[in-house]
Design a protein around this ligand. Structure first.
Ligand SMILES: Cc1cc2nc3c(=O)[nH]c(=O)nc-3n(C[C@H](O)[C@H](O)[C@H](O)COP(=O)(O)OP(=O)(O)OC[C@H]3O[C@@H](n4cnc5c(N)ncnc54)[C@H](O)[C@@H]3O)c2cc1C
Length: 373
């Protein structure tokens, strides 16, 4: 089977590994000059790790855990806890550097995958992939769109709703040196949140989200320092331990509406191309891994054939990702509330909610198994 995968992000790399393990002849097209994961961190949960396992990629994520990862939950800006996770609900959580993950996934691709960097796709039609340089790759048995939020493949599969800005931006980085932590998790204030996730080597992956008008121009780390000044320790220390040039800032966007299908003919979408969601549950990349594992498992079953496997993929993946994207979106909306009364209401609700209910939600999301190959 001749497969072309557009985009060498986490979705593209995982799908390439899965399909080449079935004996497919895979070409992976990446518009950037090199395949890399950027500078910040990523939270991976039990479901994503199980997907990697089924793809034979589990070793790409080290087993070690950051020291303080098990004391985890939601705090107020003054440090008072609102909710705490039971350690068993997050025991499978791992935090990695994106760059390390990309490198490890890339290193595990077999010789059945040809990678072409500096190759941007303009559009996909039937079994043909047209490149920006005017050439095309024809007679593909399967084209996989793994080209992220602003996918060029998406319009060839579904009615593309475009992306919607959700009213806040997020800065994120990994500290340049270790920082001692007693706890991890998220701190919520008025229209802003700060997240802390330790890496196994003591460095800290952090993010800071702030409600922001569409026309605003977020600045660098000085703006983060100013906005989060007076918040509980060790937020100031984490920012002091960060190299300003390592800080990236992004508007938080997602698909404006869920897609009506992830599959058309022999074209299929995976990762953000299929279901770009807000990062509030830390699930975008985990879901991309699930997509890749599901697609590989279904195609590997043989039996009913490729078209039936794609139909099953569409049904399984659309239902699950839609639910998770919707939950993430609501958490983001409530998390960014700005008015004093709304924030007090949120704090009351969080304090009143039994921790077990939040643990259950986290367990439910992680409780996923790939189809049997
Ligand atoms: C602030 C923030 C924090 C997040 N935290 C987490 C987290 O903790 N855990 C988690 O699971 N998820 C998280 N996510 C989501 C996660 O980053 C994404 O869901 C994931 O990276 C999507 O991977 P992808 O491969 O689908 O897309 P991408 O990473 O966008 O990769 C797409 C690739 O396709 C290439 N490409 C694009 N267009 C073309 C073209 N026309 N031709 C050829 N190549 C092309 C791009 O260069 C890129 O390499 C977070 C997101 C944000 C914004």
């Amino acid at each position: 089977m001749k497969v072309v995968i557009v985009g060498a992000g986490i979705a593209g790399l995982c799908t390439a590994a899965g399909l080449s393990s079935l004996g497919a002849e895979v070409t992976l097209l990446e518009r950037s000059a090199e395949v890399r994961g950027g500078g910040s961190g990523l939270s991976l949960f039990g479901n994503g790790l199980r997907a990697l396992e089924s793809l034979g990629l589990r070793a790409a994520v080290p087993d070690a855990v950051g020291v303080s990862l098990t004391v985890n939950g939601t705090r107020r800006a003054d440090g008072r806890w609102l909710t705490r996770f039971d350690p068993s609900a997050i025991e499978q959580l791992r935090v990695v550097r994106r760059g390390d993950l990309h490198e490890a996934l890339l290193g595990r691709l077999g010789s059945g995958v040809e990678i072409r960097t500096g190759t941007a796709v303009r559009e996909v039609r039937d079994g043909s992939v047209r490149l920006e340089d005017g050439t095309s790759i024809d007679s593909c048995d399967l084209v996989v769109g793994a080209d992220g939020l602003r996918s060029r493949v998406r319009p060839a599969v579904a009615d593309d709703p475009g992306v919607a800005y959700r009213g806040y931006v997020a800065w994120r980085a990994v500290t340049a040196r270790p920082v001692h932590l007693d706890a991890a998790g998220e701190t919520m204030g008025r229209g802003q949140r700060f997240g802390i996730a330790p890496l196994p080597d003591g460095h800290v992956y952090w993010f800071a989200s702030v409600t922001y008008g569409q026309s605003g121009e977020p600045g660098g780390i000085d703006e983060v320092r100013q906005r989060f000044s007076g918040w509980h320790a060790p937020i100031g220390e984490i920012l002091d331990a960060t190299d300003p040039t390592d800080v990236g800032v992004l508007p938080i966007e997602e698909l404006a509406r869920p897609l009506s299908t992830f599959v058309r003919g022999r074209r299929v979408l995976v990762g953000d191309a299929a279901h770009a969601m807000t990062p509030n549950l830390g699930q975008g990349a985990n879901q991309a891994m699930e997509d890749a594992a599901t697609l590989a498992a279904l195609l590997g079953q043989g039996g009913a054939g490729v078209d039936e496997a794609l139909r099953t993929y569409d049904r399984l993946r659309r239902r699950r990702t839609r639910r998770i994207a919707r939950q993430a979106s609501v958490i983001g909306r409530v998390g960014q509330w700005r008015s004093g009364p709304a924030v007090r209401l949120r704090e009351l609700a969080l304090r009143a909610a039994p921790d077990a209910a939040l643990d259950r939600r986290l367990r439910r999301i992680q409780d996923w198994q790939p189809p049997v190959r």
